[in-house]
Design a protein around this ligand. Structure first.
Ligand code: NAP
Length: 238
């Protein structure tokens, strides 16, 4: 770690760095932040959400990088997520519920982020402001659910929001200036949203969404910890 004469510089980490939003977050942070570490399924080390050892190894690499760079991990953004793919499509009706799809959507949207909390949150400094942000979705809001459908995705993001709230309480015991938040990015033009984009939605390019999200994370008051906030800084109902 840095000696007492040196102010450690701030290191940011993006998980899900190969995704549309994740890649834009890495690009934006590289310009505005300084040191950015990027992790995903194809990075070295690689993260596999079905293999906790890969997450533990990646966390050990992050800790070693911070030490080598004489920096402190001040920002974590988890931008991984799953809505559609080989395991299936979001359900329009309960008749379409499938174990394969439910397992995949919960693995990527809930279990992976939970294990990231376990291995990454202890790396945050015990003093000074730091932020752990988990990209969630407004459709995970139970209070906001007026349309139905998308059972698995909604439930996996609602569960993520509960994990964020719970972790925020534990994190505050270590550092009163640490925030743990769930973030709704709005509709972003990525592979995840493309099959579902329709007219009337405010679809934003990933670079714009990344800038907006990072601005919100920079400005969030400490009492926003544990909440679901959107890309404009508004708190959404759980
Ligand atoms: N796009 C939207 O309109 C929108 C709206 C609301 C919420 N969101 C949320 O925003 C976040 C970013 O999504 P995006 O739009 O950027 O989608 P995306 O382009 O599909 O990126 C999602 C990323 O998640 C990671 N991922 C996917 N499957 C995985 C698996 N099995 N194991 C581990 N990681 C996996 C991948 O990152 P790596 O390739 O680096 O592994 C992937 O590239 C997600 O949490 C999503 O739910 C998006």
């Amino acid at each position: 770690m840095a000696d007492s004469q040196t102010v450690p510089h701030s290191v940011a980490l993006v998980v899900g760095a190969g995704g549309g939003l994740g890649a834009a977050l890495v690009a934006e942070l590289s310009q505005s932040h300084g040191t950015v570490l990027a992790l995903g399924r194809t990075t070295q080390p690689a993260i596999d959400f079905s293999d906790e050892a890969s997450i533990a190894s990646a966390a050990a690499w992050v800790a070693a990088e911070c030490q080598r760079l004489q920096g402190e991990l001040r920002l974590i953004v988890v931008a991984s997520g799953f809505l559609h793919g080989a395991a299936g499509q979001p359900e329009r009706s309960w008749s379409q519920l499938s174990p394969d799809y439910l397992q995949q959507v919960f693995l990527v949207n809930t279990i992976g982020p939970a294990l990231l909390m376990k291995h990454l949150l202890p790396l945050l400094p015990k003093q000074g402001r730091c932020v752990a942000a988990f990209i969630s979705a407004k459709v995970g809001s139970i209070g906001d659910n007026a349309l139905g459908g998308w059972y698995g995705y909604r439930a996996s993001k609602a569960a993520l929001n509960q994990l964020v709230k719970t972790a925020s309480i534990e994190l505050a015991r270590r550092n009163r200036q640490a925030l743990c938040v769930a973030v709704h990015p709005g509709t972003v033009d990525t592979a995840l949203s493309q099959p579902f984009s329709k007219t009337g939605l405010n679809v934003r390019p990933p670079a714009q969404a990344a800038r907006e999200i990072l601005t919100v994370l920079q400005q969030l008051p400490l009492d926003a910890t544990g909440q679901l906030v959107d890309y404009q800084g508004q708190t959404l109902p759980f």
